[in-house]
Write a protein that binds this ligand. Structure first.
Ligand code: PEP
Ligand code: MN
Length: 363
């Protein structure tokens, strides 16, 4: 089992495991000193404690704005001195780490493209050895939970214990309303495996659109995420990167944060206990019925073996799949869920029947 040796992330006035949501806000990129300072003062005035700004930007194609570079770190230092906010930025190489440390950056994050590359993560981990600072690790661009956990382990094994993760969605070739598909089951699984790991949602990069920030943030809160990292720019329409998804500091509060409903994290009322008891019972029944289905499937396997019939009967499988999806829909379940469920059940039936056939051959 993968193990992480974690310590709580506590900055003066911000406790990642107590406060919900912890808010990290600031522009996608630091562009000019004026833009950084204006945005920062406006956010600080409204109570934001942690400022974000990209100094080095991983752009898809060369020729786009690739970040202002170290020059911008001087502005981040000014932000810290004038507003008292903590500053954070993305690091992708050892050199970025050294530069950020030199200018007193308080927290660093590893971007989605970097998390996908173990060489790069190891290089960053080695550069951070001996540093005591919170590090947030974004999910890799591809939906690979183990790769994400591997990056956490590399940073942790370099001695950094104040680690958190950022869910920013996953690349997809399909056209969807999202810029990056949320695939919530992946951050849910990481929370299950590491209950003390703070989980932050990045609705700006998941949605890619201003109007999706609120619903995505609400979903994250209802899934007990600890915080939100949201891109905010003093004049978003003029932003040099990610213009469509940035909001003014005013809109960040009026259109998003003030509208969020923060529900109780620890629901232990009797009614929820009662409902959970019902779920446990229903799951037990589902498993008993599933086991019965597998037994019948085994009997069919024996029949096929005795009559020399192939295990896979494509037409029959097609009929089952279509029939069950229609049945599921009539019962109010989504076709995607029913399909995934029936595919998993069918795969297990085929495996059981193949085992029977192979044992026959060996005998
Ligand atoms: C960002 O936070 O500006 C960024 C580049 O994000 P990601 O690594 O999630 O694409
Ligand atoms: Mn961005």
């Amino acid at each position: 089992m993968d193990v992480l040796d974690l310590e709580p992330i506590k900055l003066n006035g911000v406790d990642f495991s107590q406060q919900r949501p912890v808010v990290i806000a600031g522009p996608c990129s630091a562009e000019t000193e004026e833009q950084v300072m204006n945005t920062a003062h406006d956010l600080a005035k409204r109570g934001v404690k942690i400022f974000r700004a990209g100094i080095w930007k991983p752009r898809t194609k060369p020729g786009s704005f690739e970040g202002i570079g170290s020059e911008g770190l001087k502005w981040m230092k000014r932000v810290k001195e004038e507003t008292g906010m903590y500053t954070s930025t993305e690091v992708a190489t050892a050199q970025h780490v050294y530069e950020a440390l030199k200018y007193g950056i308080d927290m660093m994050w590893i971007g989605a493209r970097t998390t996908a590359n173990p060489f790069a993560v190891q290089e960053i981990a080695d550069a951070l050895r001996g540093v005591d600072m919170p590090i947030l690790i974004k999910n890799p661009v591809n939906p690979d939970l183990e790769l994400w956990i591997g990056a956490l382990m590399r940073i942790n094994q370099a001695g950094l214990k104040k680690i958190g993760v950022i869910h920013r969605g996953f690349s997809t070739y399909d056209k969807t309303i999202y810029r990056n598909l949320p695939q919530w089951q992946i951050p849910i699984e990481i929370k299950r495996r590491f209950p003390n790991l703070p989980v932050i949602c990045d609705p700006s990069h998941i949605g890619g659109r201003r109007d999706l920030i609120l619903p995505l943030s609400q979903q994250a809160m209802d899934l007990q995420f600890n915080g939100l990292i949201i891109e905010s720019h003093c004049t978003p329409d003029d932003a040099w990167s990610d213009a469509k998804q940035q909001v003014t500091p005013c809109d960040l509060f009026e259109q998003v944060l003030n509208k969020l409903e923060i529900r109780d994290a620890a629901q232990t009322t009797e009614s929820i206990e009662d409902l959970r008891g019902q779920i446990d019972k229903i799951d037990e029944e589902i498993f008993e019925i599933l086991a019965k289905r597998m037994r019948v499937s085994r009997e069919i396997g024996t029949f096929k073996k005795e009559h020399n019939i192939t295990v896979l009967q494509a037409a029959r499988y097609d009929e089952i799949l279509k029939g069950r999806i229609a049945l599921g829909e009539r019962l109010g379940m989504s076709p995607n869920f029913t399909k995934a469920f029936i595919e998993a059940v069918h795969e297990e039936s085929v495996r059981i029947q193949m085992d029977l056939m192979n044992n026959e051959k060996k005998a």
